[in-house]
Design a protein around this ligand. Structure first.
Ligand code: FAD
Ligand code: SF4
Length: 499
């Protein structure tokens, strides 16, 4: 078996892994990143909606099972950069209240083991790393910041600017979305219509390959090994000693002094569960029994509001959000956020509206504006990632907090009808739409009820960190990627990971 070694071995090159790798390499630490996928090619098909959405060109042919044992194709992308290669690059911070205990209609959202203030400077650094464009003073729930946004907000297309005014006219306070695209002076972003859900053909999206892995490699301190799927972490009672991986040339044993697991929250939990031993009989880092538990993915829906009199010519649509009811929907309970999606084209709906003729979908898309309705998914230990006897991943989940989601959904529909839209269509999310997956190895101070310490080091081991969406004690109702990056920077700056 081939053997390689590094001071720090990072498994996964997405938001968590890419950010950790860059921060370590910039400190001169010897880093080896193991990524099961390859680099996603830059090719014309990057921007072909049919290729990406109908033929699912960049998704793996992998199946997971749900609570009932039904197979589904998960929302994952096994490439350098992970899910960020196709993400919408909306990079908001969580709110101050997301770090505190909050009573929701149907349960409690727990406090995090660190506060917004503890993460704030790392949010600022992550915004610089991921070239975030945004503005202050518009969003009624925006948290305080020690530094202004690195770049001004992405300007609205005329349709979106008019929509913002329509919303203000009905008493709502819309704000600019914080975006990670390269509209800096001389930046290469073309403001195309194929951003959210697509890879960027010109490398202008602030994904983890562009802003994490490539700058890490440029330091000369990091190495990237692609096509290496880590199957198991080998350990003694207190230390991980090696990652065992399948590579194109056969099995590889990777030795390291310290290990970072950043395979995405479901795959990281699955890998820990698959790494049990006599000393760790229930899986690695799992003396609490919490590995895989508290799986969350937001309670989301896509809605499309149609104004029959108003064609939508927006090209880059994802620039507006509504957070009026984020912390208080009117009765003291939080509801969540609304956010414009990238402009949907008729053919993109074909993947789920299979029976509707394309011409009808095109007509609809020509007059619609699409939103993401995002509510908090409350953590529940019964919602969990497990491995079936044949090794297949199972994500068992009954969504928690759906009353809030339903109220937010009704509020969004009413807002849009008051603003003059004729009707609103809804596409609810199912278990396969797990793009905001988090939880599964939560951070906390109590080793009997959490897997990681507040700096993402496993309670049970001296040299294992898990730095990806897994550590989230609660999901909040904001897109997760910037928080993953900020925590990755905090872990490198404040823990022993850098040595
Ligand atoms: C279509 C879409 C749109 C999205 N839009 C947004 C958005 O606008 N804003 C936002 O904040 N978030 C968005 N997200 C979510 C965001 O992409 C994720 O929250 C983020 O990428 C999670 O980071 P991560 O490090 O946990 O996992 P990932 O970024 O997914 O990285 C995991 C990496 O680990 C690798 N890996 C997995 N298993 C193994 C193994 N066994 N061995 C080696 N490598 C392995 C994977 O190939 C992958 O590269 C979106 C996601 C999708 C799919
Ligand atoms: S909008 Fe800009 S960043 Fe997004 S895919 Fe197009 S060129 Fe790339």
């Amino acid at each position: 078996m081939e053997t390689v070694s590094a001071e720090v071995v990072v498994v996964g090159s997405g938001m968590g892994g890419g950010t950790v790798a860059r921060a370590l390499a910039e400190r001169g630490v010897d880093v080896l990143i193991l990524e099961r996928g390859e680099r996603l090619p830059r090719e014309p098909e990057n921007w072909f909606p049919r290729e990406v959405f109908v033929h699912k060109r960049y998704k793996p042919k992998e199946s997971w099972r749900d609570l009932h044992g039904n197979s589904f194709g998960p929302g994952v992308h096994y490439v350098v950069g992970g899910n960020t290669k196709v993400y919408g690059a909306s990079l908001p911070r969580l709110r101050v209240s997301d770090f505190e205990e909050v009573q929701h209609l149907e349960g409690r959202s727990p406090a995090w083991p660190f506060s917004y203030a503890d993460l704030e400077q790392h949010y600022a650094a992550a915004e610089r790393m991921y070239r975030v464009h945004g503005t202050t003073g518009e969003d009624p729930t925006e948290p305080w910041r020690s530094a202004p946004y690195p770049y001004p907000a992405v300007p609205h297309d005329p349709y979106v600017a008019a929509l913002a005014q329509r919303l203000r006219d009905v008493g709502v306070r819309p704000s600019s979305t914080s975006m990670g695209i390269d509209l800096r002076e001389g930046g290469s972003c073309l403001r195309c219509r194929t951003c959210d859900g697509f890879p960027c053909r010109v490398g202008a999206k602030s994904d983890a390959e562009t802003c994490g892995i490539d700058p890490a490699l440029a330091t000369g301190h990091a190495r990237l090994a692609t096509g290496l799927r880590v199957r198991r972490l080998e350990s003694t009672s207190k230390r991980v000693v090696a990652a065992l991986a399948d590579g194109p040339e056969g099995p590889v044993r990777v030795l390291g002094r310290r290990f970072v697991l950043s395979a995405g929250s479901v795959n990281s939990a699955a890998l820990l569960l698959a790494s049990g031993s006599a000393e760790h009989p229930d899986g690695l880092a799992n003396s609490s029994g919490y590995v895989g538990r508290n799986f969350m993915m937001h309670n989301n829906a896509h809605i499309a509001a149609v104004d029959l009199d108003q064609p939508n010519h927006a090209i880059f649509q994802k620039t507006l959000a509504v957070t009026d009811w984020y912390e208080d929907g009117g009765d003291g309970h939080p509801l969540g956020s609304l956010q414009l999606l990238g402009k949907v084209q008729g053919v993109m709906m074909k993947s789920w509206a299979t029976k509707v003729p394309l011409a009808v979908l095109d007509q609809l898309a020509h007059r619609s504006v699409e939103w993401l309705v995002m509510a908090e998914d409350l953590p529940d230990p019964r919602n969990r990632v497990t491995l079936d006897a044949d090794g297949t991943i199972r994500t068992s989940r009954v969504a928690r907090g759906m009353k809030q989601h339903a109220i937010l959904h009704r509020r969004a529909r009413r807002m849009l009808r008051e603003a003059g839209y004729n009707f609103v269509a809804t596409q609810p999310f199912d278990i396969s739409m797990n793009s905001h997956q988090c939880g599964t190895a939560v951070a906390g101070t109590d080793p009997t009820r959490s897997v990681l310490d507040p700096w993402c080091k496993a309670h049970d081991l001296d040299n294992l960190w898990v730095v990806d969406g897994s550590f989230f004690p609660s999901s909040g109702a904001m897109n997760p990627a910037l928080t993953i990056a900020a925590q990755a920077l905090r872990v490198v700056a404040e823990s022993d990971l850098a040595g």
